[in-house]
Design a protein around this ligand. Structure first.
Ligand SMILES: Nc1ncnc2c1ncn2[C@@H]1O[C@@H]2COP(=O)(O)O[C@H]2[C@H]1O
Length: 724
């Protein structure tokens, strides 16, 4: 089946899967139908609702691998995936399901199970339970044969039910897919051949060796069912997978260790009873004091108790009397010693891994404390640092989140980061409606930082080297005096972008200076993005660059207007989490303190915006803000004019109004350019999407007509090229 047909749209908050990845949303239960009629029905279904069926494996259409969707801009925060795999359902299940095309007549349904899927897992659990039944019961019934007569029917039923499960497991294996060259095989013939040529098949057959027929000659004896225990390989596989997947690995390990111990004691107790019963031990009442009166359960418990004492090396065993008893006890104690050492090792491992994170954290804290003590750091600062650690431990439970995922490939790391921080990133304006690659690249470069109450994240006039995204906490943008609050920032806001885009109000040369100070109110969890990283990414994504720049220009304008206009005009909408305050700050306050005097502008007329934009030596984005340029040019003119300009008042006024007009023209030019670039980006996006819709329609048409003409594909390619 082609991937498009197998695609399924996931609604709700996750948004819909992209065409390129949709094919990978195949279910672990892979159901195939080869009838043309149902093929048409499917097409109808797709056409009507846009919903693809849950099951894939459509074999009447030639198999084609998934074609990745053409690069496009969309809201990736709705469907956070960077590597084209969908992991939103079914855990580690591999979704790409390709089937080899083969046309057969007549409807035929077949099931193929994904070995990494949930169904396979649950099935292995059922088979493991059947195995456990055999593990506990076979030896018990052999040792205490007395039970056979009374409950024969029950045992028969249970035995054959477990055999039935074993048989079903063989059938299950016939329909379990396997990976060939990393692709899940679902072809029935191949699956059959693969299973029958594997050792597993022979082991499974061995498990079901029908020695039960010997019951007819030697009577009912559970030891004839011993081969059922070979199925242990399935149990181990199940345990392994559970250990890998569980969120409580230590609890699981402890439980499984205890279970193994119980099984060992059980088998040992049964062994003891078998030897005892066959007069292996000279004295009748060596372990059992009331041999004659004790029932089966009591005898079993007495044996179990004796074995527990022996194997845990607790001792206090009844003293052996005959030679055989001595040898048996010595062997038991030696085995118990080894078992004890192994158990201790396991327990130590579990305990260590439980507290690894805590130990690492504690070691770091101890190191910092020692350092502060040696360097005589003031007490209040020491307290602040310790409180910072406290908060870190309380909120994150580890000192280094990055280290935890450092072994993963970048794409997976980005996917995790997007998922973990989805709520925050969704609210950040610059990440909305951007290309997937842009978001992945940026997310990988975000570093988490934690600030304490009252910390200044940046101060006005400093050189900006980073921008910040608020993940958690509350921050204030404050004026020069440190008291006037210009704005309050909350989760989802970002700041510090003005200076790293060199758009600061201090003019072209000093555009990299912070335009305001930002202070943390309580503890603030931020993401930092360094200027270098930002530029590295923006170089690769010019559209995002234009977008970011235009947002920054808009914000800068608002920052300047806001104090004069009392309350910001809808800035909260463009930057969610941004809570405007009514702090009034005159526009001069938004400027930096007087910058060093610059040489006067040489040219007779100001360079155009485009010239400014592209002639910048620092970066292509270096655009001096209109007011900043005005201010600096005014300063320059003043510097150039010297005392003459200062003494002549009237021309000064004229000069001022001229400058104001110039500023206005510049500002309007910039706006025009921004709008133009945004327009261009939007129309490119539109035509791209239009092409995709056409492409999709054609595909569906081709599939309906049953034949795809090569020429139309070429046309598509040509169209696409022309659009690009
Ligand atoms: N009035 C304001 N309201 C909200 N945020 C501001 C305001 N002034 C400056 N900022 C932000 O504070 C940041 C300080 O550093 P930057 O100048 O790099 O970028 C600035 C803006 O992101």
């Amino acid at each position: 089946m082609t991937c498009r047909l197998g695609s399924r749209r996931l609604g709700g908050s996750r948004g819909s899967l992209q065409p390129g990845t949709a094919c990978s949303a195949a279910s672990e239960l892979d159901l195939s139908s080869r009838s043309r009629r149902s093929h048409k029905a499917r097409l109808k279904l797709l056409g009507a609702s846009g919903e693809a069926p849950l099951l894939s494996g459509w074999r009447s259409t030639p198999h084609t691998p998934a074609t990745p969707a053409p690069h496009q801009s969309h809201n990736h925060l709705a469907t956070p995936h960077c590597n084209g795999t969908d992991s939103s359902r079914g855990g580690l299940r591999r979704r790409s399901t390709y089937t080899s095309g083969r046309l057969r007549s007549g409807p035929h349904w077949s099931f193929v199970f994904d070995p990494a899927g949930r169904l396979c897992y649950y099935w292995s659990m059922v088979v493991s339970l059947a195995f456990l039944y055999n593990l506990w019961v076979i030896v018990y019934r052999f040792a205490f044969q007395e039970i056979n007569g009374e409950t024969l029917i029950v045992w028969f039923c249970l035995d054959y039910f477990s055999d039935f499960l074993y048989l079903a497991d063989i059938l299950f294996h016939f329909r379990t897919g396997y990976l060939e060259d990393g692709v899940l095989q679902t072809d029935a013939a191949k699956l059959r051949a693969h299973y029958m040529n594997s050792t597993t098949f022979y082991i499974d057959c061995l498990c079901l060796l029908p020695l039960d027929f010997l019951y007819l000659s030697i009577g009912f004896n559970s030891i004839l069912r011993s081969f059922r225990l070979v199925k242990i390989y399935r149990f181990w596989a199940f345990m392994d997978r559970t250990e890998r997947h569980t969120n409580y690995p230590n609890l699981f390990r402890s439980t499984s260790l205890i279970h193994y111990l119980l099984v060992i004691f059980h088998w040992n107790g049964c062994l003891y009873h078998i030897i005892y019963k066959n007069n292996g031990f000279g004295s009748k009442n060596w372990v059992y004091h009331d041999t004659e009166t004790a029932d089966v359960v009591k005898q079993y418990l007495q044996s179990y108790y004796w074995c527990t004492l022996a194997l845990t090396t607790i001792g206090d065993l009844p003293r052996p009397r005959s030679k055989g008893e001595y040898v048996f006890v010595i062997a038991q104690l030696l085995f118990g010693l080894l078992l004890f050492a192994t158990v201790l090792g396991h327990v130590a491992n579990i305990v260590t891994s439980v507290s690894t994170a805590r130990k690492e954290f504690q070691a770091k804290l101890d190191g910092v404390k020692t350092y502060m003590r040696m360097r005589r750091v003031p007490t209040h600062l020491q307290v602040k640092v310790i409180k910072w650690f406290d908060y870190l431990w309380l909120t994150q439970k580890c000192s280094d989140e990055e280290k935890a995922v450092s072994c993963l490939p970048d794409k997976l790391k980005a996917e995790i980061a997007i998922n973990v921080h989805l709520d925050t990133l969704k609210r950040v304006e610059i990440f909305q409606n951007t290309e997937a690659g842009f978001l992945c690249e940026l997310v990988l470069r975000l570093r988490p930082v934690l600030f304490s109450p009252g910390d200044y994240i940046c101060r006005k006039g400093e050189v900006g080297k980073e921008m910040y995204i608020v993940n958690r906490g509350k921050l204030q943008v404050v004026g020069d005096n440190g008291k006037t609050v210009l704005a309050t920032l909350k989760a989802g806001s970002y700041f510090g972008e003005i200076s790293i885009l060199n758009m600061g109000t201090a003019g072209k040369q000093l555009g990299n200076r912070r335009t305001a100070s930002v202070r943390s109110v309580g503890y603030s969890d931020l993401f930092v993005l360094s200027k270098k990283d930002m530029w590295d990414v923006l170089k690769e994504y010019p559209a995002a660059r234009v977008r970011l720049e235009s947002i920054a220009v808009k914000r800068l304008e608002k920052y300047k207007k806001a104090p004069l206009e009392k309350v910001a005009m809808g800035r909260c909408q463009s930057t969610p989490g941004l809570v405007e305050t009514s702090g009034r700050v005159p526009i001069e306050d938004m400027q930096l303190p007087p910058a060093p005097i610059l040489p006067p502008i040489q040219s007779t007329h100001p360079p155009s915006y485009r010239d400014q934009l592209y002639s910048s030596s620092v970066s292509p984005l270096r655009v001096a803000s209109p007011v900043a340029s005005c201010a600096s040019s005014a300063r320059s003119s003043a510097a150039g004019g010297g005392s003459v300009a200062a003494s002549i008042v009237a021309p000064r006024v004229l000069l001022d109004s001229h400058e104001v007009l110039e500023c206005e023209i510049k500002r309007l030019r910039e706006r025009l350019y921004t709008v133009e670039t945004e327009n261009a980006a939007m129309s490119a996006k539109l035509s791209q999407q239009q092409w995709e819709v056409d492409q999709r329609l054609q595909e569906i048409e081709m599939q309906i007509c049953g034949g795809s003409s090569l020429s139309s594909q070429e046309d598509n390619e040509r169209n696409r090229e022309s659009i690009i």
